[in-house]
Ligand binder design. Structure first.
Ligand SMILES: [Zn+2]
Length: 328
C-alpha cells in the first residue's frame, strides 16, 4: 500500500526521497548546487530568548550568509498554554537588537508561509494522514503517567522514556519481498483512522526496532542511534489535538524547503526520530548542524528561567551584542 497523495499544494516544498526508503542505514543527502541554501530560526514564544538561543541563531545566520542563502523565521507557537503574544513581540525585537535578520517570517511574509505554526494546522493534518495511510502510526490512550508506571526500570535522563508498547498493535506478517513501506499496521486495521484527531488519543509513530539511524552532523560529526533502544515509539499527535513537536517541525522544514537545520545539541536524538518521519512521509531530509549548548557559570544549561541572561536583561544592563559575541 502506498501513502495517499496529499492534496495539491499541501507540501509545496516537498521533494521525493532520493534514497530508496527501505535502506537500513538512513543518511541525509549532500546539497546539490541546484538547491539554494535555506536555513531557519525557530523560536517558541514561551519566554524571553536568552544568550544560548542567540548563539545558535547567530550560527544559523552565519551559515546562511556564507552560502548566500535565505533565513526563515518561524514562530513555533503550537503550545497555546505556554505561548504568549507579548513574547512574540519581544522575540522579534530582541533578535533584531542582537543583529539577526531574516528574509521570510511572520513579520515580513514570504512565499512559503504562513510562518506561524498556529496557522499551519492543515500541513500537520496532511502529514498525519499520510502516516496513517501508510500504517506508520497507531492510536494510544496512555498518559505520561501510564507510560512511566508501565516501565520496569526507572526513567533516567532528560529525554522522553522509551514507550513500553502498551497500545502497539501486532504487526502484520509480511510476505517475502513485500513493500516494507507498510510494514507497520495496515491502515484498514486501525480503528477509525479518520477520527484520529479526536481528543483523548495520542497518535504514536511505530519505530523500526533495532534499525540503525545514522547521519553526519555538520558540527558533531557522525551520529548513530538505534530505534527501539535509544528512543521508542513517539507521539506525533497529542491527545489534546495538537501536533507534537517532532511532526510539526518535519512538516514545516519540508514545506519551507529548509536545506539545513541549525539548532542546539540537545536535539540530536530528536533528529534521529525526525529522519524516520521524513522517510515515512517520502521526504528528503535536510542537513543538520547541532550547536553546543551554552551553560551558566555553574555549568547548568541555559534555559528561559535564566532571566539574568535573557537578551532583554543584557540589553537593559547596557551590554552590546558585539561584546557578547566576542565573549563566546
Ligand atoms: Zn498507549
Amino acid at each position: 500500500m502506498h501513502p495517499r497523495v496529499p492534496p495539491a499544494g499541501a507540501f509545496p516544498g516537498f521533494r521525493k526521497a532520493a534514497l530508496p526508503w527501505y535502506k537500513h542505514v538512513v543518511t541525509t543527502l549532500p546539497q546539490t548546487p541546484a538547491q539554494p541554501y535555506r536555513g531557519r530560526l525557530a523560536p517558541s514564544p514561551t519566554g524571553y530568548l536568552h544568550l544560548g538561543h542567540a548563539k545558535t541563531f547567530w550560527t544559523a545566520q552565519q551559515r546562511a550568509r556564507e552560502r548566500g542563502g535565505v533565513l526563515v523565521l518561524r514562530n513555533e507557537d503550537l503550545d497555546q498554554a505556554r505561548c504568549q503574544p507579548r513574547f512574540v513581540a519581544a522575540l522579534v525585537e530582541d533578535l533584531h537588537w542582537f543583529g539577526l535578520r531574516w528574509q521570510e517570517g511572520p513579520d515580513c511574509g514570504g512565499p512559503l508561509g504562513p510562518y506561524r505554526q498556529g496557522e499551519r494546522r492543515r500541513f500537520y493534518l496532511a502529514a498525519l494522514d499520510r502516516l496513517r495511510a501508510g500504517g506508520f502510526v497507531y492510536p494510544c490512550g496512555c498518559s505520561r503517567q501510564d507510560v512511566l508506571r508501565a516501565l520496569r526500570a526507572p526513567h533516567q535522563g532528560e529525554d522522553e522514556p522509551i514507550y513500553p508498547g502498551t497500545c502497539r498493535p501486532t504487526p502484520r506478517v509480511q510476505p517475502a519481498g513485500a513493500d516494507r513501506r507498510s510494514a507497520g499496521v495496515p491502515a484498514k486495521d486501525l480503528p477509525d483512522r479518520r477520527a484520529g484527531t479526536k481528543p483523548g488519543l495520542n497518535w504514536r509513530f511505530r519505530v523500526p526496532d533495532g534499525e540503525t539511524v545514522t547521519f553526519v552532523d555538520g558540527h558533531e560529526g557522525p551520529q548513530v542511534f538505534v530505534a527501539g533502544r535509544d528512543f521508542g515509539d513517539f507521539v506525533v499527535w497529542r491527545h489534546d489535538d495538537v501536533p507534537a513537536y517532532q511532526l510539526a517541525v518535519v512538516a514545516d522544514d519540508a514545506a519551507m524547503a529548509i536545506t539545513e537545520v541549525v539548532r542546539g545539541a540537545d536535539l540530536l536524538r530528536s533528529t534521529a526520530r525526525q529522519i524516520l518521519l521524513y522517510r515515512a512521509l517520502g521526504l528528503r531530509s535536510p542537513a543538520f548542524y547541532h550547536c553546543p549548548l551554552l551553560t551558566d557559570a555553574a555549568g547548568v544549561r541555559l534555559a528561559k528561567r535564566h532571566d539574568a541572561l535573557s537578551l532583554r536583561a543584557l540589553r537593559a544592563r547596557g551590554l552590546q551584542p558585539e561584546s557578547l559575541r566576542n565573549a563566546w
